[in-house]
Design a protein around this ligand. Sequence first.
Ligand SMILES: [Zn+2]
Length: 80
Amino acid sequence: MMERLTDASDRATAREAEWLGDALRAQARRAGLVGKSVADSASDCVRCDEPIAPARRAALPGVQLCVACQRRAEKERRCR
Ligand SMILES: [Zn+2]
């Protein structure tokens, strides 16, 4: 895992974005989406057919699940 070093002056404003980025990267890793492109993203959730927000598709290239289903899937995985 790579930790990017940021200037202290950028840190305050970048902190939330970086946290989000880390969370999304971790989510992509867990969902097996590493190396996917935005074109691989599903426009609708493969589980519940709910549309997936364009921002989510862009932030998580290759994403196939909506937020709710992703959470459920991760919970199921943890229980196994
Ligand atoms: Zn869903």
